[in-house]
Design a protein around this ligand. Structure first.
Ligand code: GAP
Length: 511
């Protein structure tokens, strides 16, 4: 099945099974804003717990905060967001649709890459085990031609971005003959910069209302609390501050479901280090964060690092962790070496000293910062994309979400085989014993087969069936979602069996 069809199916699945709903749906929706349903919120909470604990439990020098969404407007002047948090936009004059110029060019690059990969895959099939991919890439003429095309376009694009040359971005679109997907024409306007921050007013207009912004990243809430945390927590450099919270961006090209939203959630950690050590820490956090992703078992080949074409105004190194979504490799997380830019700017704009006295060096300095920044919603989409499976079975088929048991919204469903003979009561008794440790669901409607399918579709890793034998020997069958195998076990052992599989320790051991 085409990857695009799979993506459409998983979007529909998210809605049908209570994971994600369009915001304000009964009023025809609000663009690029989504609500999480009864299972979605559980998955989201589990993702956040996995991230939070991996930061603040596993690192004694990382602590958390929860700062406000509204902040003093000068913060955004100091951070550079008022002047430079822009997207280069271009409009198609026929369809009147607006696009991000850089995204149009990136998609063109991805198309060339796709051609190369297709060529490689074809040869791989033809030559089987004897295939030498490196040699093939270095000698096949079609691959070489496309690679040369990719390199030339990539260099031109990177140069235009670095120079902030909007005319050149437009010229690339024209030269590459990129057409609007809606109108099919190449009738483009100039490229213009568009600021992504949402603004609102605080206080009544009579008093002279203050223009405030909805934060476009949570990081600034950490920077402006650096001194508070360092002093009250007696933190010694190197140390980190972690935060999870909402961020808002007026995204113009909002597509691909929850991949690019106008209201989303970030999990960010700013790690404060001695100047000069930041690139070592950058490498260390790159490695740690990649291990965090890979620990989920979605396949190492589905991740890669992507170096930035253009460094943000505050960074001296930056890389994205990309995951292979059904619509291609895309950014899930950014790791940035932000230098002392933010703290120095806040020193300048606030007039307050933001320094660290390093007792080992016997000197004060503005710390450098390495940041890890991941979107909760993109991580959610990664989990759903990796977990969604359609399986053909002997007699029928099933749709199953093979969400890692640690993250699954519901850990077990308890099902009485029939609604009589004391089986429902026994099932409820099991839930009453396990509900303090695991999210349990009671399910007695329909045949056992239908109930299994229902639980497969929401990704419940364990189904426990109570039958007539249960009354005799206090045993039940436990059915495993991924293998569909069943086992007879003692009720007394259920907590241990399930606990071993859903413990976050399984993941933390791999980081
Ligand atoms: N503090 C640095 C920062 O905000 P970013 O690369 O702009 O860096 C970090 O964003 C992460 O936030 C991204 O890797 C992505 O996961 C998530 N993110 C950014 N914009 C988003 C959007 N419009 N919708 C969903 N997630 C988004």
């Amino acid at each position: 099945m085409a990857q695009e069809d799979i993506f459409k199916k998983l979007v529909a699945h998210c809605k049908e099974y209570g994971y994600v709903f369009q915001s304000s749906e009964i009023y025809d929706g609000l663009g690029a804003v989504y609500d999480y349903g009864q299972y979605g919120v559980e998955l989201k909470n589990n993702i956040k717990k996995y991230w939070w604990d991996s930061m603040v439990l596993l690192h004694e020098n990382v602590v958390g905060i929860d700062s406000a969404i509204f902040m003093h407007p000068t913060i955004w002047k100091a951070s550079g967001h008022v002047d430079a948090f822009n997207d280069p936009l271009i409009d198609n004059k026929d369809s009147k649709k607006r696009y991000r110029a850089d995204v149009l060019i990136e998609e063109q690059l991805a198309k060339i890459e796709e051609k190369i990969n297709k060529e490689v895959d074809k040869a791989k099939k033809r030559f089987g085990d004897a295939f030498d991919e490196k040699q093939f890439r270095e000698t096949n003429q079609r691959v070489l031609d496309n690679q040369a095309k990719w390199d030339a376009l990539h260099n031109r694009f990177a140069q235009a971005l670095n120079d902030g040359n909007l005319d050149e971005l437009r010229q690339i679109i024209v030269d590459e003959e990129i057409a609007c997907p809606i109108s099919g024409t190449r009738n483009w306007t100039d490229v213009r910069q568009f600021n992504l921050m949402f603004a609102t007013e605080m206080g009544s207009t009579a008093d002279g209302a203050l223009k405030v912004y909805l934060r476009p990243e949570t990081a600034q809430g950490i920077f402006v609390n650096y001194l508070n945390v360092q002093k009250t927590g007696r933190m010694k450099i190197p140390f980190g501050i972690a935060q999870i919270g909402k961020a808002f961006r007026n995204e113009i090209v909002a597509r691909q479901f929850i991949f690019r939203m106008r209201e989303f959630e970030q999990m960010e950690m700013q790690f404060f280090v001695r100047p000069g050590s930041e690139l070592d820490w950058f490498e260390k956090w790159k490695e740690t964060r990649m291990k965090w992703h890979r620990a989920l078992g979605f396949g190492d080949e589905n991740y890669r690092f992507h170096e930035h074409e253009k460094l943000a105004h505050y960074a001296n190194a930056a890389v994205d962790v990309e995951y292979k979504f059904p619509f291609g490799f895309k950014e899930v997380e950014g790791i940035h070496s932000r230098t002392d830019f933010d703290l120095s700017q806040h020193e300048k704009f606030s007039g307050k000293k933001i320094r660290y006295f390093d007792p080992e060096l016997n000197e004060s300095y503005v710390p450098y910062v390495v940041e890890t920044s991941i979107g909760v919603d993109r991580m959610f989409l990664q989990v759903i994309s990796a977990s969604y499976c359609e399986e053909q079975l002997e007699k029928d088929s099933r749709v199953v979400l093979k969400i890692p048991a640690v993250l699954a919204p519901v850990k077990l469903a308890v099902m009485p085989l029939v609604k009589k003979d004391g089986l429902p009561e026994k099932a409820r008794e099991i839930i009453d014993n396990l509900k303090f440790d695991f999210n349990c669901q009671y399910d007695e409607k329909d045949s056992i087969g239908k109930r299994y399918r229902r639980q497969d579709a929401i990704g419940t890793p364990f189904c426990v069936t109570v039958d007539h034998q249960t009354a005799e020997d206090n045993s039940v069958t436990i059915r495993y979602r991924d293998t569909m195998e069943q086992e007879r076990v003692a009720i007394a052992d259920l907590g241990k069996i399930i606990g071993a599989q859903v413990s976050m320790k399984n993941l933390f051991g791999k980081i």
